[in-house]
Design a protein around this ligand. Structure first.
Ligand SMILES: [Zn+2]
Length: 80
């Protein structure tokens, strides 16, 4: 049987994106005080998220849009 405590290590991503319920966030922040590996993961994910946010303020490279539109194109082609 899975418990909250067993799954809490997997919540780093959700926590960084601020998508946890208040009670879950409180529990996770309590967990962070005793779990260095989650602290490290949160720090790493935060850097990644900040990096993405920083890039979003710039015009994305044409290559990126091309890749996105190709992906969308593939998906649309599969549907139709
Ligand atoms: Zn943990």
């Amino acid at each position: 049987m899975e418990t909250w405590e067993q799954n809490i290590h997997e919540l780093t991503g959700v926590y960084v994106l601020d998508a946890l319920a208040d009670s879950e966030r409180d529990s996770f922040e309590t967990h962070l005080r005793v779990c260095p590996s989650c602290v490290a993961e949160v720090a790493e994910l935060r850097r990644a998220v900040i990096g993405l946010a920083g890039e979003a303020s710039f015009v994305p490279p044409a290559m990126l849009w091309q890749r996105i539109s190709e992906n969308i194109g593939c998906r649309t082609a599969e549907i139709t």
